[in-house]
Design a protein around this ligand. Structure first.
Ligand SMILES: [Zn+2]
Length: 175
């Protein structure tokens, strides 16, 4: 019996690492796959779409952002108008300037799940659920340039860096 690498229940699907939606179409063919139960696989898709919006926002109207944004994200918005409310509620302004306040816990959930999948593949311990999470501007690439430029990562002694394009770097460290 194969077990879900995230929760230990019976695995009946394969989950892509990193999630397909966070990678442009042209780089999706060789994504890693891990054994996953249906809950862990499908349950995260809404969070992943939110995460993708954050990346697209950080890429700020480049050609890459267009390619990443094109298709599924806008279609899923149409299918589930509730998501527009969710996004709408993240909008605010400070000193006359508009901003989006990203739901850090949601982004963290997605990042930890990606790191757990990567950890399984490179045979190291997955991050603890109480790991610290920071979102940073990035310039450059992680050591493992698996699906560069869209995604790369580094791992060293429990510290993860997930790099999305040249714009977003997520650092996960033991608490
Ligand atoms: Zn599971």
């Amino acid at each position: 019996m194969t077990k879900c690498i995230y929760c230990g229940e019976i695995a009946n699907t394969k989950d892509h690492v990193p999630p397909k939606g966070l990678i442009r179409q042209i780089n999706r063919d060789n994504l890693w796959k891990v054994e996953s139960c249906r809950n862990c696989n499908n349950g995260a898709s809404r969070d992943e779409e939110y995460f993708r919006l954050m990346i697209v926002g950080a890429l700020c109207h480049t050609e890459e952002a267009d390619e990443l944004f094109d298709g599924p994200i806008s279609r899923s918005m149409e299918k589930r108008p509730a998501k527009e409310d969710w996004l709408f509620n993240s909008l605010g302004q400070t000193e006359g300037k508009p901003y989006i306040e990203w739901a850090t816990e949601t982004l963290q959930r997605v990042a930890l799940k990606i790191a757990a999948g990567l950890a399984h593949k490179i045979s190291v311990e997955p991050p603890q659920s109480n790991s610290s999470f920071t979102l940073e501007e990035s310039e450059g690439r992680g050591e493992y340039e698996m699906w560069a430029p869209d995604f790369s990562f580094s791992y060293f002694q429990g510290r993860w860096e997930l790099w999305f394009f040249d714009s977003v770097k997520i650092v996960i460290k033991p608490a």
